[in-house]
Design a protein around this ligand. Structure first.
Ligand code: GLN
Length: 552
């Protein structure tokens, strides 16, 4: 029998529901339970792939090619597993499936209704995810905040499930407790109202996770317990911590796993050292790191009005942290705006103050020339560079323009008429675009990459052990354009090394340069596979090279 733990948000979004779900998953996993996690996104999009990054944040890609919310990435990092795409649910998918069944007369002629047919389809999906994962416990994070119209049908699904078997379902409300500057007191009223909103949907929370700048003190725990109808020991304090990876430790201090097991009437096991110890060691490494390594991320999806959105590159940031901590370094990450480099090319010189620069994935023309200018600077000034997907493609463009003298070289994504289409659309993509099949149709998910012996990439993947054996890597993809093999031999003659190749289609997966401390571009997204306990080899190698760079 699978137990289901629903994680619901209160007061506002962005307070760490995903990290709460992932941390809960981790502490239950540490106890030897088979755990999996599902994210429900209440938007109508079928997946996250068609949304603008500024609107949505990072699009995480699973190994089986689902474009989903960044929370799936958080779960993967905390659990150290690859999750399947079915663990990402959207309203688009639920309605699509209900309508498909209706058209196929699968409802046997009866009237198909929003309630109960939509919640029932949600429940079918949750049970399917639980079955496929053989989960003892399935964490289900419902996106949005209690009281929103959008997620009401998911709360209804949770209510149905709890009605059917109350002891198998727990509800955790993750809420925010503000400490207004002028009052200097932690206020519980917004959380009380969030509980009322949840109760109006027929759900009483069993636990309240109180997110706040500070720990919740006893008087306020008591107040929340009384006014929210929750046992006092089930009010869990979740103050700000220096890293999200410390949240499982905080939950242990609050005896959260014990209380959850008690609520769900499953054995209260002790954490197993084999699972818990590596995590603790990782936390110690992160806290003990003294020397810094400064990394710039050159992108364009940061600005939203007066604010900077870091979520867009969350997996890149986490991958940098994992690798840096593994080497005992504290990463200092700075945002660099490629559009500013386009307007003020002399600003590019500021790159020399960094130990290494990452040019991450991207789409479209805006800021592209700024990135190409920056890559030129990094190549010629021997500054460690890691290009991810679009970053790799633009490194090829820069090399073609400035080393191979093909001045108009470009990717056909930006200039379809270019004389030198060194990056070009994949043939199977052309028909998809013509037929307007644009959602979920990129080259997505895992593809193999044969890493060529005696290259920097091979050196990184084999962790320096044996440089004469080809490594086979499995890496995640999300792109429509590709290195154009027509230009391969010409660029190779001039010094570009194609150090990773997809053996089935001969597609170039990794490029690098000789006579440079570290210059690597990958067509795939290594950041999506980096884990705290298992940093990605390319990020490790990049951080090592960055650490070696003499400071200016
Ligand atoms: N825009 C490029 C492509 O579609 C790169 C995509 C990316 O960086 N994820 O191929």
């Amino acid at each position: 029998m699978t137990r289901f733990i629903f994680i619901v948000g209160g007061v506002m979004s962005g307070i760490g529901k995903g990290v709460t779900a992932a941390s809960l998953a981790r502490i239950l996993y540490n106890r030897g339970y088979a755990v999996s996690a599902v994210k429900i996104d209440p938007y109508v999009n079928v997946d996250a792939g068609t949304m603008n990054p500024v609107e949505h944040g990072e699009v995480f890609v699973t190994s089986d090619g689902m474009e989903c919310d960044q929370d799936i990435g958080t779960y993967e990092r905390f659990l150290g597993v690859d999750l399947p795409g079915i663990n990402s649910i959207t309203t688009g998918q639920i309605f699509q499936e209900v309508i498909r069944k209706e058209r196929g007369l699968e409802y046997n002629g009866r009237c198909v209704e929003v309630v109960p047919d939509i919640p029932n389809e949600v429940i079918r999906r949750l049970k399917l995810a639980a079955r496929q994962a053989r989960a003892d416990i399935l964490l289900v994070e419902i996106g949005g905040t209690a009281g929103e119209y959008q997620n009401i049908l998911y709360l209804e699904a949770a209510r149905f499930m709890r009605h059917e078997s109350p002891q198998d379902v727990a509800v955790v409300l993750v809420s925010y407790l503000p400490i207004p500057h002028a009052l200097r007191e932690m206020k519980t009223k917004p959380t009380q109202q969030a509980v009322h909103a949840l109760q109006a949907a027929g759900l009483q929370p069993d636990f309240i996770v109180g997110r706040a700048a500070q720990p919740i003190d006893v008087p306020r725990k008591r107040k929340l317990a009384i006014f929210c109808n929750v046992a006092e020991e089930n009010v869990i304090s979740a103050p700000n911590l220096s890293s999200v990876y410390e949240v499982p430790l905080q939950f242990e201090r609050e005896e959260f796993a014990k209380r959850l097991c008690k609520k769900m009437r499953i054995p209260i096991r002790k954490p197993k050292a084999v699972y818990e110890k590596p995590w603790m060691q990782f936390i110690h490494r992160s806290q003990k790191s003294t020397k810094t390594v400064s990394i710039g991320i050159l992108g364009k999806y940061f600005a939203s009005g007066a604010f900077v959105l870091e979520d867009v590159y969350i997996s890149v940031i986490e991958a940098i942290k994992h690798a840096a901590w593994e080497r005992g370094l504290t990463p200092k990450i700075q945002w660099l705006d490629s559009e500013a480099y386009e307007q003020f090319p002399q600003k590019i010189k500021e790159l020399k103050q960094f130990d290494g620069i990452i040019v991450p994935g991207g789409f479209g023309a805006r800021g592209t020339e700024g990135k190409i200018g920056a890559i030129h600077y990094l190549r010629t000034k021997y500054i460690p560079f890691l290009g991810l997907c679009f970053g790799m493609q633009l490194a090829v463009v820069e090399f073609a323009r400035n080393v191979a003298n093909m001045r108009q070289a470009h990717t056909t994504e930006i200039n379809p008429q270019t004389k030198f289409p060194v990056i070009d659309i994949m043939p199977e993509q052309v028909t998809k675009i013509h037929e307007k099949i644009l959602g979920g149709s990129m080259r997505l998910g895992n593809y193999t990459c044969k890493v060529i012996p005696h290259t920097l990439a091979q050196h990184a993947y084999s962790r320096k052990k044996r440089t004469n054996i080809a490594v086979i890597a499995n890496e995640r993809h999300r792109h429509r354009y590709e290195f154009n093999n027509e230009f391969k031999s010409k660029l190779e003659r001039l010094g570009l090394i194609c150090s990773g190749i997809n053996p089935d289609k001969q597609l170039v997966e990794i490029i690098e340069l000789k006579n440079h401390p570290f210059f690597i571009g990958t067509q795939f997204h290594p950041e999506l596979r980096s884990r705290p306990l298992n940093p990605h080899p390319l990020f490790l190698a990049f951080i090592e090279a960055a650490h070696k760079k003499p400071s200016v």
